[in-house]
Write a protein that binds this ligand. Structure first.
Ligand SMILES: [Zn+2]
Length: 80
């Protein structure tokens, strides 16, 4: 595991700022969701990966309403 050597204080509401460089590397933007898990004494933040709601593909994704679908599934839906 890579340590950044960066320490940040937790504010009175329990919030912590993720360093800008890490946010940029992970493509974390305002509104991005991170899954929080605990492993022993570690708190792990995982950026949820966008995937097609129907087949789970990570390629050619498009937002359709509130869903994320891949082009292949969108074509299948349109064909019906
Ligand atoms: Zn799909």
């Amino acid at each position: 595991m890579l340590s950044t050597g960066v320490e940040r204080p937790v504010d009175e509401l329990g919030r912590i700022v993720i360093p800008k460089e890490i946010r940029r590397n992970f493509g974390i933007e305002p509104g991005s969701k991170l899954a929080i898990s605990v492993d022993g004494n570690k708190i792990i933040l995982t950026k949820s990966v966008q995937a097609c709601a129907l087949c789970g593909s990570h390629e050619n994704l498009e937002h359709v309403g509130s869903d994320t679908l891949c082009h292949a599934c969108i074509s299948k839906i349109k064909a019906h």
